[in-house]
Design a protein around this ligand. Structure first.
Ligand SMILES: Nc1ncnc2c1ncn2[C@@H]1O[C@H](COP(=O)(O)OP(=O)(O)OP(=O)(O)O)[C@@H](O)[C@H]1O
Ligand SMILES: [Mg+2]
Length: 414
C-alpha cells in the first residue's frame, strides 16, 4: 500500500528546513498479548502537502489529531521512505549542500530498523550509500565514509579497531571537529557493507527492559562526496538512541546514567531544530556534543528530515510526536522537547533514589553535605523521591528547586 504523503515531494524538500514524517512499526510477537486495535490511523491527505493522523490513547480512549508532512504505515517499506523522503536530498550533496536524516523516537520504536535495516530489508543507510555510489559511477566524483558514535557525551570512531575514542576540539572558527576521525574511500557497495557492518558490531548496544538490542549511543554515518579532491557536500544518516522512561525500562546503575545522557542530548537537539525553524538569532548548538558536531549540517542551507518512529502499542503521551493542529514541524519538535524535559526531571529524581555519594555530588544543587544527608534519609526511611517538591525535604528552597528545573533542561548532568 502506498504511503500517505506529500505529492510534490522534491519541491517540498527545497522549501522546508525540517520535514517531519511519521513511521509506525507493526506489533512484535512479544507484544501480541497486549496488542489491540492500532493506535494510529490516517485521517486525510492535504492537497497542498501533509497529512492528518489520529493517535488514540488506548488506556483512556482519548484521541488527538496531528498534522505531519507524511505518514508511513506499518506495511510501508523502508525503500518507500527512502524514495519519498531521502532520494530528493541526495542531488544537493553533489552541489555542496549538506543534509541530515535522522530517526527519532522512544526506545524500541524502530529507529535502528529504519536506518540500518536487516539483511533482507536494507535500511536508509545502505539505500543512500548505493544511490550515491551509483551517481558517482562514470564521473570524477568519489565517496568517503565516516562512522562515529556519541556515547555519554564522548565520541568513538566506529571505523577504528575497538572503536577508538576521538577528541572533539573546536577549530579556529569555533566549530567542533573530531580530531583524527577516519574518512575511508569506498568504491563499491561491497566495500561499503564491509566497513559499515564492522562499525555496527562495534556500536554500544545493550539489553533493556523495553528492547533486547537497545542502542545506547547516537551513531552518525556520513557519506561525503568529492570531485577532483575538492569536497562537495555530505549526507549524515543518524540512528539516535531512544528517549526513555525509566519507570518502564527498569534501568538502573550505568543504564540509568546512559539514559539521562541520551534524554539530555535529545532535548538539546530538539532545542536546536526549534530555534532554527523560528529563525532565532542564537542557535543553542553548544548544549550537547551531537549538536555541536552537526552544526555544519543542521540549519543554513542544509536539508533535514526527521523520521519520528512510533510503535503500534498503546500510546503514552511522552512517546508520540505531539502537535497541535496546524503547528509547524518545528513546533511539533518543540513539543517533543517539553516531554523530554519531564523525562529529564524524572531522571534527576531517579538518580537521587539510586546514586552513590560521589554521583550525588555531581548533581547540580547537591553539595557534599546534602549528598550525605540524602544517603542518610534513604537509609532511615527508604522513601523514594517522587516529585520535585520532595526536594524540599532535603533543605532546598523553592528558588533552588526552580533553578534545578531550569538547569535540568540545559545540561544538569556532568
Ligand atoms: N518495521 C518493522 N518491522 C518489523 N520489526 C520491526 C520494525 N521496526 C522495528 N522492529 C523490531 O522492533 C524491535 C525494536 O526496534 P529497534 O531496535 O529498531 O528500536 P530502536 O528505536 O532502535 O530502539 P532503541 O532506542 O532502544 O535503540 C527490534 O526487534 C526490531 O527488529
Ligand atoms: Mg536503536
Amino acid at each position: 500500500m502506498a504511503a500517505a504523503s506529500t505529492p510534490a515531494r522534491s519541491s517540498a524538500h527545497l522549501s522546508q528546513p525540517v520535514r517531519v514524517v511519521l513511521r509506525v512499526r507493526p506489533f512484535l510477537s512479544s507484544e501480541a498479548a497486549s496488542a489491540t486495535a492500532p493506535c494510529v490511523s490516517l485521517l486525510g491527505c492535504h492537497p497542498g502537502g501533509g497529512v492528518t493522523v489520529q493517535l488514540k490513547d488506548q488506556h483512556t480512549s482519548r484521541s488527538e489529531q496531528y498534522k505531519l508532512d507524511a505518514f508511513f504505515r506499518q506495511e510501508d517499506s523502508v525503500s518507500q521512505i527512502f524514495d519519498q523522503e531521502v532520494r530528493a536530498v541526495i542531488p544537493s550533496i553533489f552541489e555542496g549542500i549538506n543534509a541530515t536524516v535522522f530517526a527519532y523516537g522512544a526506545t524500541g520504536s524502530g529507529k535502528t530498523y529504519t536506518m540500518q535495516g536487516t539483511e533482507d530489508f536494507p535500511g536508509l543507510i545502505p539505500l543512500a550509500a548505493s544511490t550515491i555510489l551509483a551517481l558517482c559511477t562514470g564521473t570524477w566524483c568519489s565517496v568517503e565514509i565516516s562512522y562515529y558514535e556519541v556515547y555519554m557525551e564522548r565520541c568513538y570512531d566506529l571505523l577504528e579497531p575497538k572503536a577508538k575514542e576521538i577528541m572533539a576540539l573546536d577549530d579556529k572558527d569555533g566549530n567542533m571537529q573530531l580530531k583524527g576521525l577516519s574518512w575511508v574511500p569506498v568504491r563499491s557497495m561491497e566495500e561499503f557493507q564491509e566497513l559499515y557492518s564492522i562499525g555496527v558490531q562495534r556500536r554500544k548496544v545493550a539489553h533493556t527492559g523495553l528492547n533486547d538490542v537497545s542502542s545506547r549511543s547516537h551513531a552518525v554515518l556520513s557519506l561525503r562526496v568529492s570531485s577532483t579532491d575538492v569536497v562537495k557536500g555530505k549526507l549524515n544518516l543518524i540512528d539516535l538512541a531512544g528517549s526513555e522512561d525509566n519507570k518502564r525500562t527498569l534501568n538502573e546503575g550505568i543504564r540509568l546514567q546512559e539514559s539521562s545522557k541520551i534524554n539530555q542530548s535529545l532535548f538539546a537537539l530538539s532545542n536546536v531544530i526549534s530555534a532554527l525553524n523560528k529563525n532565532e538569532h542564537r542557535i543553542p548548538y553548544r548544549q550537547s556534543k551531537l549538536t555541536r558536531l552537526l552544526r555544519d549540517s543542521l540549519g543554513g542551507s542544509s536539508r533535514t528530515v526527521m523520521i519520528a518512529c512510533l510503535p503500534q502499542t498503546p500510546i503514552e503521551k511522552r512517546n508520540i510526536v505531539e502537535e497541535t493542529p496546524g503547528a509547524t514541524p518545528l513546533e511539533r519538535f518543540n513539543a517533543l522537547g517539553s516531554n523530554l524535559k519531564e523525562a529529564l526531571v524524572q531522571q534527576y529524581l531517579d538518580l537521587l533514589n539510586v546514586a552513590n555519594k560521589e554521583e550525588l555530588q555531581q548533581l547540580k544543587g547537591i553539595g557534599a553535605r546534602r549528598a550525605e544527608y540524602i544517603l542518610e534519609l534513604r537509609e532511615d526511611s527508604p522513601k523514594p523521591f517522587k516529585t520535585l517538591e520532595d526536594l524540599g525535604n532535603i533543605g532546598l528552597s523553592s528558588k533552588q528547586i526552580r533553578d534545578i528545573l531550569k538547569k535540568t533542561a540545559t545540561g544538569i548532568f556532568k
